[in-house]
Design a protein around this ligand. Structure first.
Ligand code: F6P
Length: 611
């Protein structure tokens, strides 16, 4: 028998060949799929990130990376974005410094303040204290979100803290603040690019009502502003005010426990007692208090039953700052007449025992950049978002809803403007952004109702089928929301009945890189002594304000540009970095008190006669 097995061998060979081809095809298909996956989720995002980083390195302005389509690289991209932003900022700061050095200018910048603070403070952290915190966490639709409160103080102090670093002690007032900080109420901010520590102090609802609503805002606020709202002085509120000042003193002392000769910058009328409390425990500290609101004359201030305690508390500071020389004069006259001590009108100081307090003006301002990476909203898009088909002239107002801001007066003046100059009907639209404020207090509820009424009556009197004279947006707006209004407004109105400085005026100027736009500014703001190119008005004079609106819309372009140009130069030079630099330099010059000398005991507020 002869068995020919060559068929089997051939079949086996063919099967091998077939399997090899199948394997090759499979391997090819798998490689293709793997290549596609790697390309989609690794190579492409990496190439995009590399391109984006390259553009940043070259100093080109690029939009931030879109995180949603970066897949696996999302978390890394977020970190790279933060890093890139810091690099970008450092690069911009270095370029700005170089330009200023070349042009021989001595302008203060973030970088200059940073270097200055490093030199003067060394490793010691700067400690800032204020009632209002730079960021609060609140619940919105079941989610926790971070928001920046509407506050001139925050607008001013946040850039300073970003430059200097350190600790900012403030009231934790958001309803989700506790779960967003550690057990001691500490967290690093800004959240996307941490540069300093926020230390939150929590108050009970009773403390908040007595210290903040009561003594600070129903007592000291109307007392210092003199706008014909009667101050309320209740012993209970005063007790809460004292207790809260002590609570904050404990937090500050804890923060400076390990620091030699710390610098403490206390902000505003909420903490008049704090300087003496801090200095008594830490005579080696250099302590300043900056009063952000006006200081009235002696007769007006003397109606406060606890004026001596407040003045002695403030005199615990080494340095007291106000916005203007006029408020410094009022303050020194008040302490001269109310408190025993040696007043020196040449050096602007008051000495009691061995402790001297200097009183100086430091006009506060804003940072040159109102927002990082401003939104590119066009005027048309802005008007469309408000449902306004067109507006030849756009006016804007940005305020907290406060009776000192002269809002009813402003709207009455707008009404008078449309009455006197009917040719401007359907051509001028005024947008008011108003953030509700201190709403638990009856006077604030009244002003809110009054503003609602005046807006409705002016609109009812003049509106037509296709036009509403006043667009009233009553809610909180972030800086990014406000930016396009400042940028596209033909005029901005600041009509405060009395205002320590008013930073809205300076914010408006700071964003007008086009040197355009007119500013109508109350003569009763601290800002009016610097911004002489604004159209200055008396907000109590409705007719004159109506005429100022007409002057603003009719001002020739060339005049608008030269006025705005001069105001921009002033705001650029007198910026917030200069404010902080001069204040810190002044505080540093003050000779350190020996621990054994300390402030005299007479500086301590008299707890015994509190009620
Ligand atoms: O400028 C005075 C001031 O009281 C600041 O202290 C404060 O940030 C701002 O007005 C807003 O007021 P509040 O903090 O009470 O909302």
């Amino acid at each position: 028998m002869f068995l020919d097995a060559s068929d089997l061998r051939r079949a086996e060979w063919e099967r091998w060949q077939f399997n090899a081809i199948r394997f090759l095809v499979l391997a090819l298909a798998l490689s293709l799929i793997a290549w596609l996956v790697v390309r989609m989720s690794v190579t492409r995002p990496m190439a995009r990130m590399a391109g984006w980083t390259r553009a940043l390195r070259r100093g080109q302005t690029t939009a931030p990376l879109e995180m949603s389509d970066l897949g696996l690289f999302g978390p890394m991209a977020r970190e790279v974005t933060v890093l890139a932003k810091s690099l970008h900022r450092a690069q911009a700061a270095a370029e700005e410094e170089a330009t200023l050095r070349l042009s021989g200018e001595t302008q203060w910048t973030e970088e200059r303040l940073k270097q200055f603070a490093k030199l003067r403070l060394g490793e010691a952290p700067l400690v800032v204290v204020s009632n209002r915190e730079p960021v609060r966490h609140v619940r919105r639709n079941g989610k926790i979100v971070a928001e920046t409160p509407a506050s001139g103080l925050v607008t001013a102090m946040d850039p300073v803290m970003r430059a200097c670093g350190g600790v900012w002690v403030a009231q934790g007032s958001g309803d989700a603040d506790r779960e967003s900080a550690d057990d001691r109420g500490r967290l690093r901010v800004p959240l996307d690019d941490p540069r300093y520590t926020l230390r939150r102090v929590y108050l009970t609802p009773e403390e908040e009502a007595g210290y903040y609503g009561g003594f600070s805002n129903e007592g000291l606020w109307p007392l210092c502003h003199i706008v014909h709202t009667r101050p309320q002085f209740r012993p209970d509120d005063w007790n809460h005010y004292r207790a809260v000042n002590e609570k904050f003193a404990a937090a500050v002392l804890e923060e400076i426990a390990d620091t030699e000769s710390p610098m403490v910058l206390i902000q505003d009328y909420h903490f008049a007692l704090l300087p003496a409390l801090v200095k008594r425990a830490r005579p080696d500290s250099r302590t300043a208090i900056f009063w952000h609101i006006p200081w009235p004359n002696f007769e007006s201030f003397s109606i406060c039953p606890w004026q001596d305690d407040l003045l002695l508390g403030m005199l615990g500071a080494d340095l007291i700052g106000f916005h203007t020389q006029y408020y410094c004069n009022n303050f020194l006259e008040t302490v001269e007449r109310a408190i025993e001590g040696r007043t020196d009108w040449e050096r602007f100081s008051m000495t009691r025992g061995r402790h001297t307090t200097y009183v100086k003006p430091f006009p506060i301002s804003v940072a040159p950049d109102f927002v990082d990476e401003p939104p590119a909203t066009s005027r048309e898009a802005l008007l469309e978002s408000l449902g306004i088909p067109s507006a030849e002239f756009l006016g804007v107002g940005v305020e907290r809803l406060d009776y000192t801001k002269g809002l009813p007066e402003r709207f009455r003046a707008l009404g008078r403007f449309f009455e006197r100059y009917p040719e401007y009907r359907e051509r001028v639209v005024f947008v008011q952004l108003a953030a509700p404020s201190r709403s638990a207090l009856p006077r604030y509820q009244e002003i809110e109702a009054e503003v609602d009424d005046v807006v409705s009556s002016v609109n009812a009197a003049y509106q037509t089928k296709r036009w509403r004279p006043i667009v009233y947006l009553k809610r909180h707006h972030d800086h990014r929301d406000i930016y396009p209004y400042y940028r596209h407004a033909d005029f901005c109105m600041v009509t405060s009945l009395h205002d320590g400085m008013n930073l809205v005026a300076k914010e408006f100027i700071s964003v007008r890189g086009d040197d355009d736009g007119a500013l109508i500014l109350s003569q009763f703001t601290g800002a009016s002594s610097e911004l002489r190119d604004a159209l200055l008005v008396n907000p109590y004079d409705v007719d004159a304000m109506a005429d100022a609106i007409r002057d603003a819309v009719e001002m020739p372009a060339e005049e608008r540009r030269s006025r705005m140009g001069r105001m921009r130069q002033s705001v650029r030079e007198q910026n917030i970095y200069r404010w902080a630099g001069l204040l810190l330099a002044e505080l540093r010059h003050i000779p350190e008190e020996a621990a054994d000398k300390g402030p005299s005991a007479s500086l301590a507020p008299s707890a015994e006669r509190s009620t």
